[in-house]
Design a protein around this ligand. Structure first.
Ligand SMILES: *Cc1c(COP(=O)(O)O)cnc(C)c1O
Length: 373
């Protein structure tokens, strides 16, 4: 262990590749694979993850914004990259120079992008986003909006200097159990297919039709179309354990201080924990500024070589306390796993009332990523 690294995240790129191959084996031959690497690849390091996906044979990447895409291009990633969010028209030149694909979510934005492209004398590659029930981004096409939605998409695609390569939608509840979620997801897919059909009849067709996020890859394989778009599956979660995916991040720290505290003493800010016995207390150098959610205070354990050590008192910005009274063999410099192999990020997230996604992408910039295999 390098002790300058007070706390670190071990990332296994081999496990990323394993997960990639597992997902690949589920989707039809010829179906393309877009790896979602937004938010620094869910905290795993977008450049390293993208390099591995590129080498393994992925077809496309997606990020949320121009800066994330520029980072990948700067690192020499050559795969096509789709920007899922909005880019202001002022940056159209950069989109084109970096050979990026921009999502278009309404007619007005298509017009703006087209005007900029015409000024530059260049063409921008776009994917049309359809809102089929997520009520977030995209051309509204549900119910009474169908005809108008189709008209607006056609108008967007016909703007000068836009190359409409793809069309996509996003599922809201494809990862939720139950009949209602299933009905909703099937309704979204059916509407998406009707939109594509109606556009085809008007002479507008797309090379890349895609909608399957992780939930749909697992639960609705028939939605794969031309390309799948998983994120969390790549990082080892979201399959309910069914696919043999492997977690790719192990968040580690070590015991930096041990002291004995008498019975009846309050611990940490607010005194929310009071010792019920003379306690051998360990201080570990990880806090909420590292991404350890403060809402886990007094409600979790971290894993020592000798078993779980209960966390005590409020989690501070840079450190927190663990009870080592019953773990006498755990000493200074002993390794502590916050999550990863022996405690899953999903379990810990559930304790905090959140999901693995949030725990993974909360691991902050201060925590060095250490890449092993
Ligand atoms: C984040 C995102 C995904 C990936 O979602 P997962 O649930 O991680 O698979 C796919 N598509 C869009 C549009 C997204 O924003």
């Amino acid at each position: 262990m390098d002790l300058r690294k007070r706390t670190w995240a071990e990332i296994s790129l081999d496990n990323i590749e394993h997960n990639y191959r597992r997902i690949r084996s589920l989707i039809p031959e010829g179906c393309r694979f877009l790896g979602v690497v937004k938010a620094d690849a869910y905290g795993h390091g977008a450049v390293q993850v993208s390099r591995r996906l590129e080498a393994a044979g992925a077809d496309y990447l997606a990020v949320s914004c121009l800066d994330e895409a520029a980072e990948l291009r700067g690192a020499g990633i050559g795969l096509p990259i789709l920007i899922l969010g909005h880019t202001p028209r002022e940056y159209v030149r950069e989109l084109i120079d970096l050979d990026l694909t921009q999502t278009v979510t309404c007619e007005a934005k298509a017009v703006e992008y087209s005007e900029e492209c015409v000024k530059l004398g260049k063409t921008l590659r776009i994917h049309i986003k359809v809102d089929t029930g997520m009520s977030r981004l995209g051309f509204l096409c549900a119910g009474g909006y169908f005809e108008q939605g189709i008209g607006n998409i056609i108008s967007a695609c016909r703007q000068k200097n836009l190359e409409y390569e793809g069309i996509y939608t996003h599922f809201a509840v494809s990862d939720e159990p139950g009949e209602e979620a299933e009905r909703f997801t099937r309704g979204q897919f059916e509407l998406f297919c009707r939109v594509i059909d109606a556009l085809g009849k008007k002479g507008i067709s797309f090379r890349l039709r895609h909608c399957a996020n992780s939930g749909a890859v697992v639960n609705y394989p028939e939605t794969a179309l031309d390309m799948v778009r998983p994120g969390i599956l790549l990082y080892g979660f979201g399959d309910g354990g069914r696919l043999g995916l492997r977690p790719c991040m192990r968040l580690m720290t070590h015991v930096s201080t041990i002291k004995y505290i008498d019975e009846g003493l309050p611990v940490s800010y607010g005194g929310t924990f009071v010792t019920s016995r003379r306690t051998r207390m360990g201080v570990i150098p990880i806090g909420y500024a590292d991404g350890l959610l403060r809402s886990l205070s007094n409600n979790c354990s971290f894993i020592t070589e000798r078993g779980p050590a209960p966390q005590r008192g409020r989690i501070c910005m840079d450190m927190c306390m663990i009870d080592l009274t019953d773990l006498t063999e755990v000493n200074l410099d002993s390794l502590i796993e916050i999550f990863g192999e022996r405690q899953s990020a999903e379990e810990l997230a559930a304790r905090a009332g959140t999901i693995s996604y949030e725990l993974l992408c909360s691991v902050s910039k201060r925590v060095p990523r250490v890449y092993a295999g």
